[in-house]
Design a protein around this ligand. Structure first.
Ligand SMILES: Nc1ncnc2c1ncn2[C@@H]1O[C@H](COP(=O)(O)OP(=O)(O)OP(=O)(O)O)[C@@H](O)[C@H]1O
Ligand SMILES: [Mg+2]
Length: 227
């Protein structure tokens, strides 16, 4: 089973980080169209949050109001101009009279594509919400950052992940002490460090997999590390 799919966020309130909650509040109702720029390390929920916020702002209208561009794959000035211009000309708008353009991994845009994006933001932002994500804030041109509400998505700490991790294990029929689970989640209080959601799901899948293998009599070498 893929835990990320089964236990990943389903509604906006599943995003618990303070900055994300603040973003939800400030964009609620679709009146705020200041571009939102989500930045932070891998696996902290930037793309998932961008989609969920966009779908939420579009209520139950079809996704024709949302354009998704992956900046690491479609990064030329022509792509930006053609895709965004075409979308802006054909979009039918949802009930909030808002269309949404998600630019995931926006730092993948070339310098000229970023310049074109800057112009498109100025041209369209009255009725288009741009949501950008990046792992590398410094790779985005200063004028783009300047136009955005810049929102940090940090790694959650293991003790922040603990309630969700316990909920997942309970749903899987596994009981693990908080202390053991914090070890699995990498809590090392000498080097206080967070963990991505992606890593959390992987570690829980490994933990449950190893326990089930043990239950049927198999003892892989890594078992001692986790169980
Ligand atoms: N608040 C959350 N609670 C539970 N799961 C989450 C949460 N946020 C994100 N996830 C899950 O974590 C995984 C990684 O999320 P996502 O791909 O959005 O991260 P990202 O920040 O865009 O990573 P990258 O920088 O590598 O693109 C997904 O499976 C997502 O469903
Ligand atoms: Mg992403």
């Amino acid at each position: 089973m893929n835990y990320a799919v089964t236990y990943g966020p389903k509604v906006l309130s599943d995003f618990h980080h303070y900055n994300q909650r603040l973003a939800v509040m400030s964009y609620a109702g679709g009146n705020n169209t200041r571009p939102l720029l989500l930045y932070g390390p891998a696996g902290t929920g930037k793309t998932a949050f961008a989609w969920m916020l966009a779908e939420n702002l579009c209520a139950d209208v079809s996704q024709h109001d949302i354009l998704f561009i992956n900046g690491s794959m479609e990064n030329s000035i022509d792509t930006v101009r053609e895709k965004i211009a075409t979308f802006a000309s054909v979009t039918k708008f949802n009930e909030k009279q808002l269309s949404i353009i998600i630019i995931d991994e926006a730092d993948g845009f070339s310098g000229s594509a970023q310049n074109a994006l800057k112009a498109e933001i100025d041209r369209l932002m009255a009725y288009t919400l741009f949501i950008l994500t990046t792992n590398h804030l410094e790779k985005l041109a200063a004028p783009i950052r300047d136009r955005c509400k810049v929102t940090h998505c940090p790694w959650p700490m293991p003790d922040e992940l603990l309630p969700l991790a316990q909920k997942i294990l309970a749903a899987e029929g596994e009981a693990v002490s908080d202390e053991k689970l914090l070890q699995v989640l990498g809590a090392d209080y000498a080097y206080i460090k967070g963990l991505s959601y992606r890593q959390m799901f992987q570690r829980l899948e490994d933990l449950v997999g190893l326990r089930r293998m043990r239950a049927i009599g198999s003892k892989p070498a890594e078992e001692s590390k986790l169980s």
